[in-house]
Design a binder for this molecule. Sequence first.
Ligand code: ACO
Length: 330
Amino acid sequence: MNTNFIIRGFGHYAPEKVLTNADLEKIVETNDEWITTRTGIKQRHIAAEDQAASDMACEAAKHALAQAGMKAEELTHIVCGTFTPDSMVPSTACRIQEKLGIKGQMCVDVAAACSGFLYAMQTARGYLMLEPDAKILVVTTEVISRFLNWEDRTTCVLFGDAAGAAILTSGTDDEDAPRVVDITLGADGKLGDLLTVNGGGSAWAYAKGDVVGDDHFVKMQGREIFKHAVRNMCAMSDKVLTRNGLSKEDVDVLIPHQANWRIIDAVARKFEIPEEKVFCNIAKYGNTSAASVPLALSEAVTEGFIKKGDLVLMPTFGGGFTWGAGLIRF
Ligand code: ACO
C-alpha cells in the first residue's frame, strides 16, 4: 500500500528585531548597494538574547498545529533540522518537546545545514512508512546570528534567524490537502570545508579556559559554493521531476533555498521558470539556512501565492555539502 504524505499545516516565525543593511554599515565595512546587488538581501531578523533555536521552533510549531487543527499532545514524533542547536546535548527536538509541554514522543535532530528541511521531511516520511498513524512535527530553526563572526563582512551580512514548521501525517488517496510527492537527497562530504563551524566539535576540541576563536563561527568560501549550489540544485530538480514523469513546464511555483537572489535566479533561468512563478523572501530574511524553505512555503501559502493544485518545486543546497529537491502538490 502506498503511503500518502499529507501536510496538515504550515507555520513560521521570525524574531522581532530587524537588522537592516544600513545598520550593518555601522558594524562592518559594507554598504547597502553591495549587499543588495550581490545577494538581494535588504534586512534580516535577529533573535533576542533570551531566544534559543527551540524557542523559535515552538512558535512556528504552534502556528502549524493551529493550522492543522491539532493539539501538541497528538504528536508522535518531533524531527528538528538545525545547524545551530540549543546545545550538543540534549537535542533541540527534546527541548522543543519540553517547551511545548508534552512528553513521550520520539525526538530527533537532523543536521544537514540549509538542506535541513528536506532532510527532516524525508526522515519523517520514513517514520510515517513504519508507523502509518504517526503525526509528525517537522520543524527547522536557526539562530545563525550566534555563530557569526560580526567582524567578517563576507559572512555576517548574509544570514538571519527564523524557524519554519509543517505537520506531516498519512491520509487517503483522494484527500484534498497538500501532499509531499517526492524528495531526493544527496551529499558530498569532500566539499565539507567550503562552509564550517568547527569549534567545539570532537575534531576541534577546546580546553577549559581557551579563548573562543574564528573556528567557532561560520567560515565560508562563497565563490566555490555558488558554483556547486547552482549545478546541484538543477541536477536534483531534474532528477525529482524526471522520476515522477514530470517536466519543468509542470512546475507552478519554484521555492528554492533562499541563500542568494542570484543563485535563485540562475536556477530559475536554467529551468526556464518565469520570475512570477518564483517565490523569494530573501530581501526580508536573508539566508535562514534550514528554516528558509518552510518559512517561504508558509508565507507563500498565507499570501495566496500558492494555489490549490499547484506543483511546488523546492531545490536546496547546504553545508556538508548536502543537496536535494522536493515536490509538493497543493
Ligand atoms: N561588503 C562589501 N564588500 C564585500 C563584502 C561586503 N559585505 N563582502 C566581500 N566584499 C568584497 C570582497 O572583499 C571582494 O573585494 P576585493 O575584490 O577587493 O577582494 C569583493 O567584495 C568581491 O568578493 P567575492 O567574495 O568575490 O564576491 P562575490 O561576487 O563572489 O559575492 C557572495 C560574494 C555574495 C558571498 C557570493 O559568492 C555568494 O552568494 N556565494 C554563495 C554563498 C552562500 O550561498 N552561502 C551559504 C551556502 S550554505 C548555507 O546556506 C548554510
